[in-house]
Each structure stands twice: as C-alpha cells, then as structure tokens.
Ligand binder design. Structure first.
Ligand SMILES: [Mg+2]
Length: 390
C-alpha cells in the first residue's frame, strides 16, 4: 500500500493570481486603486484600501510525497500561521497513513484541529493538505480529479468575471460579470448614490443579455443592505453577495425576511461544512460559495455540494476558475451552474499570461474546460514548484 511519507508546507510567491504577463497592459487594473467597501470601512485610518490592513503573509504551498516517490501539490493562503499548522501539527501526524485515503485523512485533520477549531486559519491548512492529497490520488490512479469525483457533469463551465474592469470582461467574451461594491454605511447617502450610479452605468454598458452581480464583501449591516437592494431593484441583479458579517447567521435569516425577492449568495468566509448545512436547511442563500483552498479542500466542497444539492441550492466556488482545484470541482459537480474568475490583472493582458500553473485552463469566450491530465493537471514538476517560492 502506498503511504504518505512526507507533508511539507512552505511560502509561495503569491496566492490565486499569477504574475503579470509579457504583454504590455493598456491601463492599470481596477485593483490598483479602487476603494472596496469592507469590514474595516468604519475605521477611517484603514478605510481607503484593503491592502492597508490585510496581512502580508505569503501564499502557502503544500507538497505531499508518497512512499513510492509520487507527489501531489496543494495551495492555500495566510502563510506563517498556516505553514506552522501544517509543519508543526497536522502534517507529521499524517505520515504513514494510506495515501489514497482522502476521507480518512480529512476526518483525522478536522478532529486533530478540534481543540483550536478546524474552522478559520486551520481550515486553510487542511485545504492545502487535502488538495495535495487529491492531486496525488489523481497521479497514482492516472486520472484527472474531475473524473475521480464523478465528472464531467457538463460539456464546459460557463464562467463569470469578477472585478470592476467591466469593459475588459465584455471584450474577453464573458456573459456574466460581478462588481465589487465601493461604498458602505460609512459613506452615507452620497455612497448610496455612488453605488447606484455604478450599477446603472454598468447595466447600460453591458445591456440586458449579460448577468450582473454585486459583491459587498462583509461591508454592510442589515439596514444598509435593505436600503441598497431596494435602490438597485430596477437593474435586475442576478444576486448580491456577502453583505453581512459571515458569523452573523441570525442576520442572514433576517435578511431573507426583509428581502425575500432578492437573489443572495454567500459563503466564501465560511469554513468546514457546518455553516453551509445551517444555511441550506434554512434556505438562507440561493448560491453557496465555498472557496476550495480555504473551506477545507475538495473533500469539504464535496460534502457542501451534497448538502446544497439536497436543498436545491447552487454551489459556485469562490474564485473557482482561478485555480485548477476549483475548475475540477465545478466541472464535476452537477449543482455548480457557473464558475467565478476573479480578474485583478490589467486590461489588455491575456488571461493565459496570468495563470498560476502552466497546466491550468483559462476561460475562452467565457467558457472553460479543465485539463484532463492526471491529478489537477498542474503542469509543473518539482523544479517548477521550487520556483514558486519567493
Ligand atoms: Mg465574493
């Protein structure tokens, strides 16, 4: 039996978005300077830019090596504490376990983390190890992961683009796009006006044949969510997203009572399957958005997909098209109607130049088919992985 021989986590250069390509950008990306409303918007010192208060920890790479010399690679983020959790706790305790036993290893990891909670930062560590184990499994069984988990469920993935360079999204051929909301309660009535103006301008630019969504990134309270949603009703948003503090589960119930007509998506800052079970059983959202590299890996996403499917709720992983991991899950899951591609790279630079792994697919005319190479089809060797270190 092939067993786990080594689990090693280390810092990698960046998380989720690859470096700039060789093509000269037309203009800086929206991410360079755009204000995005968020949980810190009420504190003027840190209001303007998210980069002012978010941690500067690097991304996380996790290499799992098996007793036959084969290996798998996973990623996550929030470097220092997550690397310490893997190398100082979870990783060494998995050595000697069966390399194909993803369910068993996931169960062990979540239980080993229970004294300090498998949710939160530990979920990032569990994700990186779980994704590496699934990559390894695909290589050992010589099959793409989407095939191992029962896919494909669709001929291709229809993708939507997230970001505020909407003209670039349309040029790339996306038929659905999502804006980051610039203003929240701290900006008062002027902010409400500016938010509405942005949505109105965007709807006019894209017409009515393109779906439009709005991401509110934990920035609002219930009162502001209701006021903004009522204002935006004429613009036919497909959904609005992540308006409340993720932990405020009662608030989500109140939000559904106050806005029963509004499409709602959330879940990128929920960890482990339990909050998704809570939300699905109460129909708190129309779309659940676990991030496969944060929530607890592919094993967690498969459990969330089963819960959501039983409730008739869609699962569209957060930034799922930005990694091969999310691509394989989305291609295989029957209840995943779209894939999200976060675009923070400059307009004019082809998406193929911004990918994290050379083997991963990118959307063409808004559609994507994942690699059919074994594992997640990362297309890197060990030298390529070493080159991801900062
Ligand atoms: Mg989001």
């Amino acid at each position: 039996m092939v067993t786990i021989e080594r689990v090693e986590a280390f810092a990698i250069r960046s998380d989720l978005v690859g470096g700039p390509g060789t093509t000269t950008p037309r203009r800086p990306p929206w991410t360079a300077d755009a204000e995005v409303a968020g949980p810190m918007s009420r504190h003027p010192r840190y209001k303007r830019l998210r980069a002012a208060w978010r941690p500067t920890w690097p991304g996380v790479g996790c290499l799992v090596t098996a007793s036959d010399g084969s290996w798998g690679f996973g990623i996550s983020r929030y470097g220092d504490p997550v690397i310490a959790t893997i190398n100082g706790h979870l990783g060494p305790l998995l050595v000697g376990e069966p390399a194909l036993a993803t369910e068993r290893c996931w169960d062990m990891m979540t239980r080993m983390a229970s004294p300090y909670s498998p949710a939160g930062l530990a979920a990032y560590a569990i994700s990186a190890i779980d994704l590496a184990l699934w990559d390894l499994k695909g290589k050992l069984l010589n099959a793409p992961v989407w095939s191992l988990i029962g896919g494909p469920s669709r001929p291709h993935i229809d993708c939507y683009a997230t970001g505020n360079d909407t003209d670039w999204h349309m040029e790339l051929g996306f038929r659905a796009t999502k804006l980051a909301c610039p203003h929240g309660p701290a900006d008062g009535l002027a902010g409400l006006d500016a938010n509405e103006a942005l949505i109105a301008r965007t709807r006019e630019l894209i017409g009515h044949e393109v779906e439009l969504m709005l991401d509110c990134w934990m920035a609002f309270d219930l009162d502001y969510t209701v006021r903004l949603a009522e204002r935006l009703r004429p613009y036919w948003l497909r959904w609005i997203e992540d308006c409340l503090t993720p932990e405020d589960l009662d608030g989500h119930e109140a939000l559904r009572r106050r806005l029963p007509w509004m499409g709602y998506a959330t879940g990128e800052h929920w960890y482990m399957p339990q909050p998704f079970l809570h939300a699905a059983s109460r129909r708190l959202a129309d779309v659940l958005q676990p991030d496969i590299a944060w929530v607890g890996g592919l094993t967690a996403c498969l459990r969330i997909a089963a819960i959501a499917d039983a409730a008739g709720i869609a699962v569209i992983p957060h930034a799922g098209m930005n990694t091969p991991y999310g691509q394989h899950f989305t291609y295989a899951a029957p209840g995943a109607p779209m894939g999200e591609m976060f675009i923070g790279t400059p307009p004019g630079v082809p998406l193929a130049e911004t990918r994290l792994f050379p083997g991963m697919a990118v959307p063409v005319d808004g559609r994507l088919i994942p690699s059919d190479a074994p594992g997640f089809g990362l297309g890197v060797d060990l030298d390529g992985i070493a080159a991801m270190r900062p």
